[in-house]
Ligand binder design. Structure first.
Ligand code: CA2
Length: 150
């Protein structure tokens, strides 16, 4: 059976669509999940969000073990978490980092990025559409690199 692509989200992404629409858009995370699931097809996505850093580390390890690829928006942890960077360093499947906004064009503290150096690709600044591109990118990387060893 084909392994699913994991789509993991970090802290506060559960608030999407409720506040700061000028930065993050009007779509909720459930809207993004529904569109992506339609694009991916039945059973081919695992879509999760957590506000907890350790939970995200556990899920990254699970994606490496049980997934074909990982799409990650680590949200605020992008800029702070060595633990998430270490989990990604150990990840054996392709990793596509995604951000709704473009952190490089924002505040100074968002210029630190612990994820990008250990991701295969980064997509930022395209709002929810970035997730669709990330799914295409993840599939491309899976087909380019071949399936990981069982
Ligand atoms: O642009 C992105 O996708 C971010 O990962 C979103 C994070 C932010 O800390 C990163 O620098 C860039 C924030 C997650 C969403 O936070 C919200 C806060 C208020 C209202 C809605 C969402």
């Amino acid at each position: 059976m084909t392994k699913p692509i994991f789509v993991l989200g970090g802290p506060n992404l559960n608030l999407l669509g409720t506040r700061e629409p000028e930065i993050y858009g009007r779509e909720t995370l459930a809207d993004i999940e529904a569109r992506l699931a339609g694009q991916a097809g039945p059973g081919s996505l695992v879509f999760r969000q957590t506000n907890d850093e350790g939970q995200l580390v556990d899920w990254i390890q699970e994606a490496s073990r049980d997934g074909a690829a990982l799409i990650l928006n680590a949200a605020g942890y992008t800029h702070t978490s060595v633990a998430i960077r270490d989990a990604l360093s150990a990840c054996t499947v392709p990793v596509v980092e995604v951000h709704l906004s473009n952190p490089a064009a924002r505040e100074g503290f968002r210029q630190v990025n612990h994820v990008a150096p250990v991701a295969n690709a980064t997509i930022a600044g395209l709002g929810a559409f970035g997730y669709q591109l990330a799914l295409d990118a993840a599939r491309y990387l899976v087909s380019e690199k071949g399936q990981p060893e069982p």
